[in-house]
Structures are given as C-alpha cells and as structure tokens.
Design a protein around this ligand. Sequence first.
Ligand code: GAP
Length: 444
Amino acid sequence: MEKIVSLCKRRGFIFQSSEIYGGLNGLWDYGPLGVELKRNLKNYWWRVMVHERDDVVGLDGSILMNRAVWKASGHEDTFSDPMVDCRSCKARLRADQLIDKGKGRQCPNCGGKDLTDPRAFNLMFKTYVGATEDESSVTYLRPETAQAIFVQFKNVLEVSRKKLPFGIAQIGKAFRNEINPRNFTFRSREFEQMELEYFCRAEEGMKLLEYWKEERLKFYENIGIARDKLHLLTVPDEERAFYSKGTYDIEYDFPFGRQELEGVAYRTDYDLSQHQKASGKSLEYFDEETKQKFIPHVVEPSAGVDRTVLALICEAYSEDQAPDEKGKMETRLVLRFHPRIAPIKCAVFPLLKNKEQLVAKAKEIVDLLRPQMFVFYDESGAIGRRYRRQDEIGTPFGLTVDFETLGEKDASLRDTVTLRERDSMKQERVAIKDLANILVSRIA
Ligand code: GAP
C-alpha cells in the first residue's frame, strides 16, 4: 500500500488535503490525473446506469437539506458509531476496532485496557443555515445522497412520467465525521457516492435485489476489476438495517484486506413511508391499470466513488520486466487501467523534438484526436523514457511520429505512425486517417 500511496502523490493522482498546513485527517484532493480517473469512473457509471437504460433518470440534489429530512430518515437519532476512549493513550476509537486476544478488550494503539464504555457518536457534520447559530438553524452536511432522491420522488415521477419499476440516479458528495478515517482514501470524511434508488412493487423487491447485484458485479468487471478479487457478502439478518429485507455487500481484496466497495440493499418502503409520515405529503404511486395507490418499495445499489478509484489503482498497479534503451532488462512500473477508465487515453510523441516536420505532424495528430479523447503530447527525453512515463500513469496507447511517417524511407509508409500498446508493448503501423476509429473502438 505504501508504494501505491507514494505513486499517487508523485504522479498527481491524490494529495493530502491542506497539505502545506499539515493536512486534515480523512480529507483528500485529487490531482490532475486523479480527477480524470474519477471523472471517467463517474461518467461510465452514469452511462450504464442512466443513458443506456429507459427506466432510470438522474437527479442532482443539494448537499444541505431541511433538518426534518434527517429526523424523518432516522439519521439524527441513529446514524452513529459506538465510540470508545483509551484512557492510557487518549485515542478515540470505534468500538469495532478494539482488539480482543481472549484477555479482554485492548486499545489497538497502545495495548491499554483502561477503556471507557462505548457511547454513540453521531457521524453527521452539524452546521447552521443563515446568520443565527441556534437550534432553529441547525442542519447537517448530507451523510448519503439517497435522501434527496426520496424527498424528490414525487416531483421526478411527475416530470418523467415513468411507470414502476423505475429508478432515480445521483452522484454527489457525502460527508461523515468518521471516528477513525484510515486506509488512505478508503474511509474518508468527505467522499462521493454513486447511488441508484430503483422503485418497484413490493412483490418485485427480492427479484430486483438479485438483478441489481448481478448488474453491479458486471459493472466492476467492465471497469477492469478482476472477478476473483470481488466478493459478495450476504449481510446477515442481525447486521442488516431493521427495514431491509436483504442486503449484499460487494467487496474487493484491497492490499489492507477485503473491504466493502458497494452495498446493494432492498430497503422496502421504509424511506418513502417515513417521509410521507413526517411531511404529511403523499409519496404514493397511482397504478393506472389496477387503480391502486401505494408506496413503492426500493432497491438501492450504493457505491463509493473514492473507494472504487482506490480499488482501480490497486488493481492496475503492477511491476514487470522490460528492456531499457540499450536492451537491458529493467523493472517497469505499469498501471494497467482498463482503457475506458485510464486518465489519459493516448500519448503522442514526435521521435525527435528538434525536427520541425515531426513535431508539426505530431501536433496535427493531437488536434485530430482531441475532440474524441484526452490526449497528451510529449516531446522531451528519449522515446523509451517517454513510454515509461506513460506506462506509470496507465496511458493505454502511445503514438510515435517518425521518419517513416514523413515517407522519407518508404513512400508506402507516409502518413502512418507506430501505435504502441501499454501492456503488451507490441507496436503496429497504423494510417493516421484510421487512428481515431481504432482508438475510439478500443477505449469505448
Ligand atoms: N445510501 C446507502 C448508504 O449510504 P453506505 O453503505 O453507508 O450506504 C454506501 O454507503 C457506500 O458509500 C459504501 O459502500 C462506500 O463505498 C461509500 N462510503 C461510505 N462511507 C464512506 C467513507 N467514510 N469513505 C469513503 N467511502 C464511503
């Protein structure tokens, strides 16, 4: 994990937030490459969950909402973790992080046994809306995006004219004042979620839970996460929310252990019922065929953007052996991102930077490809070094403009370039006019 954290900083994927002031625990900034990776992930999620379906529409809700939302959803009273203080080293700990080697509970930091009893610590960040800071102006930064979907259910239903089953999708920030943020970005205090609330009839709930579990597993495979690193945990009855009739956790084998990426939960009609009761506004669905009114049930696949980005980086990280400029084998660091997720899709290199015609041709290719994908131009250093720099950040394709491109050696090779594939390092000769089509089909 140390190698991954260091690469993330060195190559501009992830930085500590407020680093020059000593940072702030549990908060992270995404650098130039991290932001591209994150954006590609979110765009792909949106594509398969919204654009490629007839039964899902989107929403972008506000982060601050009326406090009544959090009372009705149960978050104000119960969204807490049991917290314990170690009186010896003064650490604040989540009760489930204590170690127990058969001789009673111990602090994981100092081994001390002088611990307070667990007490509930609410994870929501409290804030005040407006100029007065009193009870009447209290609200919270949202700890999940889902509640905006529930409280806008009726509005979205009316404008979209969807029939059950249908879903509302949202990607956005969520905030939790985690007692112990840890494992790099895995448990952060500010993070993003990609959530779908898929509304249905009660009798469809269990079947749709199975359907969405399968869809979501496919999603992870389609972004390049190996199936054998993904695991499905059926959350046992005693650990499920009381209103849930079934929950799966999709887990990934991180270097620090097997951990949750996403929860897929059948939440019954709990959320809409709570908001209907608390607001006094009907959140019922009218079935035109049966002329019945009822509160829909919901199945919720809820994924973490940051956790998935971290899994993508862990999955992509690899070291292999490759020849250097002189043919001597050296260790090559490669991020083997799936091309659709890779931050930069293609790097373009003129063989020599002091050869005007090569540079001009390479820049022409950059202009040709730019409308279709994120392209990077690099003319500095030996070509082998330039390939290595791109391997290290996971760029799947490299294009070299050489003297053959200019037709100097063989007229039949005029306006062709070398296309190099990152993982196999294989090179092929491709006509410039075919480049856009070839690359677009490989990164789709
Ligand atoms: N609406 C349901 C919900 O929020 P959750 O299991 O608490 O369920 C869903 O969160 C996902 O959000 C998790 O599977 C995880 O990927 C992500 N997540 C939750 N807490 C997180 C944290 N502190 N840091 C990073 N991601 C987090």
